[in-house]
Design a binder for this molecule. Structure first.
Ligand SMILES: [Zn+2]
Length: 427
């Protein structure tokens, strides 16, 4: 009976993986690409890790699994909460098959760890290593390997060198944990690299520019990951199903765009005066507000504490917001590529929790909902941003094209895995 091995590379776009494989930075990956099936994959909307990984591990869309972003307002509040694994409304694939043993390492949004037949070490956002680990007996192993659930990105604000040092340290500890857990008995092994996303946020410019002082550092990080991919590939046999995938893509960040500033300037958002502006300052008269990265909610009467839009006026508010963002330009460039209404992208029992609109930025425009910025457009420390339409899926088999949709979506992954494993076991 074959096993299933899934390697995740958080945020790695199809184009970058292909480029690094073609240029010899990732020779093992190149081998897998030439032997297997390699497709672009659509991420979730919004294109953030918590939503996309929740779809990957459940096979469901946000209105079914209940995770719409890294932040949420609990019912009838303007208090930011941070949904975690306890808020996932449908089981992850390892929770639906108890007869098999699963090893799950560093999948984002699986904190706090739940009981399973196997081992789980939760990925970001994971606040406490003990709560991130199941079973508890694994905790000693992780501590001995100096395991950390995430890189300390605040170091990048001190210096890029310090950040890179921490990035490598956390990566090596993660690799040591994978090697340790590989020795266990298992049927499914899922292992996600998340430092890739952090590296690309801070150093996308170094990737694109061969003369950048960190260009070689950028490549060497991926070279190291490719070594591990080669190591794993050498351990699998012909009955095993081996997949690599990412949750969203990446591209160059030209400008940060503050969506709530735009809503405020146009009169859709009213804030009470306060020294610290935050979401608790949303005032009467607010027609719409945004949560990260660009989920827009109509401030409906009865739904929110200072709800100011009557149900019969909702459609005109939505139309007004659509017009505002359709027309938005910066240096003659359209800022918003597409505006999705909730009905177009979500379907399921938690549809009512969904944002009314989700904005997708044009190339280079990084949409943000934070209230602290004074300006609509600015540029911070990040040089790379998420993209929606160029995550990737790579399967180590030549003759499985028919099982994989032409344009796969993150929601298709569990189904693809099931089809591949069924086919193997029926051989
Ligand atoms: Zn990211």
């Amino acid at each position: 009976m074959g096993r299933t091995i899934i390697i995740g590379l958080d945020g790695v776009p199809f184009g970058l993986l292909k480029d690094l494989a073609d240029r010899g930075v990732m020779p093992n990956t190149k081998g897998i690409i030439s032997d297997g099936t390699f497709r672009k994959m659509f991420s979730s909307l919004p294109e953030v890790s918590s939503v996309a990984w929740s779809s990957i591990i459940t096979g469901k869309n946000p209105a079914e699994h209940g995770i719409f972003g890294f932040t949420e307002f609990p019912q009838n509040t303007y208090r930011l909460s941070f949904p975690n694994f306890n808020d996932l409304k449908t089981p992850a694939f390892w929770e639906t098959n108890h007869s098999k043993r699963h090893i799950v390492i560093n999948v984002p949004s699986t904190y706090p760890a739940h009981e399973l037949n196997g081992v789980l070490v939760a990925g970001f956002v994971a606040l406490d290593l003990e709560k991130a680990t199941y079973p508890n007996s694994m905790l000693e192993v992780l501590k001995n390997l100096n395991y950390a659930t995430d890189v300390d990105s605040s170091k990048a604000h001190e210096s890029i060198e310090l950040f890179l040092k921490d990035l490598k340290r956390t990566n090596e500890a993660r690799i040591a944990v994978y090697r340790e857990l590989w020795k266990e008995e298992w049927d499914t092994f899922m292992f996600v690299f998340t430092g890739t996303d952090r590296l690309m946020h801070f150093l996308w410019d170094a990737y694109e520019d061969p003369d950048n002082e960190f260009h070689e550092e950028f490549s060497s990080y991926f070279r190291r990951i490719d070594e591990v991919i080669g190591e794993i590939a050498s351990k699998i046999n012909e009955n095993d199903t081996f997949l690599m995938l990412s949750d969203h893509g990446f591209e160059k960040l030209e400008k940060d765009v503050y969506v709530n500033r735009i809503l405020k300037k146009a009169g859709f958002l009213k804030l009470k005066n306060g020294e610290r502006i935050d979401f608790s300052h949303i005032d009467y008269g607010t027609k719409a507000f945004a949560l990260d990265p660009a989920r827009i909610y109509v401030n409906l009467e009865g739904k929110y504490p200072r709800g100011s839009v009557k149900p019969e006026d909702k459609e005109s508010v939505i139309k007004g917001v659509e017009k505002l963002f359709e027309d938005l330009k910066e240096n003659n460039q359209k800022v918003i590529k597409r505006i999705y209404r909730k009905e177009e992208i979500y379907k399921g029992p938690y549809f009512d929790m969904a944002p009314d609109l989700v904005l997708l930025g044009s190339k280079g425009f990084n949409l943000k909902a934070g209230l602290t910025s004074e300006r609509i457009f600015s540029k911070g420390i990040f040089t790379g941003k998420h993209s929606w339409d160029d995550a990737f899926l790579l399967v180590n088999r030549k003759n499985c094209e028919s099982l994989i949709p032409e344009n796969p979506n993150v929601c298709d992954v569990t189904n693809i895995i099931n089809l591949l494993t069924e086919r193997e076991s029926s051989k």
